[in-house]
Design a binder for this molecule. Structure first.
Ligand code: SME
Length: 148
């Protein structure tokens, strides 16, 4: 599916009003299925000063709760901005989940100006995330973020 088709599918999922957890799980599954270089796809939700792992696809991670001041996940949520890391081993903020991971993108989920969570994606390929991937993920995050 091209980006447009993936986005249309997310719109259909949102319109079917499945409930928050099912919608997030369906979006995570869709992204993982449609983009083979997205090896781990998950949602973190902000609870107080911590990001708490929600639905995900990929290997289980020890990082089920991440304080806002830690990790690439914490940095993206604190700044309210997408972070793309082409080589996780060169980023001192990086919290390792899997030894195979080489690159990562984190896209905040917002309701208005308020960050309530994020989409976190790891790839086993270095510099895996293209400008088109970022564009798709930011549109999906904008739609899903404002719906929940
Ligand atoms: N790598 C993330 C931690 C979450 S795992 O990728 C699933 C980080 O540095 O915040």
């Amino acid at each position: 599916m091209d980006n447009q088709a993936v986005f249309e599918e997310v719109k259909r999922l949102v319109a079917s009003k499945p409930g928050a957890e099912s919608l997030l799980a369906a979006v995570v599954n869709l992204l993982h299925r449609e983009r083979p270089h997205f090896h781990w796809v998950g949602i973190y939700k902000l609870q107080g000063e911590e990001l708490v792992l929600g639905p995900y696809v990929g290997k289980p991670t020890q990082h089920t709760r991440i304080p806002l001041h830690q990790g690439i996940c914490g940095a993206a949520a604190s700044a309210g901005q997408t972070i793309v890391v082409d080589d996780v081993n060169r980023d001192p903020r990086y919290l390792a989940c899997s030894l195979e991971t080489r690159s990562e993108i984190v896209v905040p989920l917002r309701q208005g100006a308020q960050v309530w969570g994020e989409i976190d994606i790891d790839s086993d390929q270095p510099a895996a995330f293209t400008a088109q991937d970022r564009e798709l993920l930011e549109s999906v995050a904008e739609l899903v973020g404002s719906e929940l």
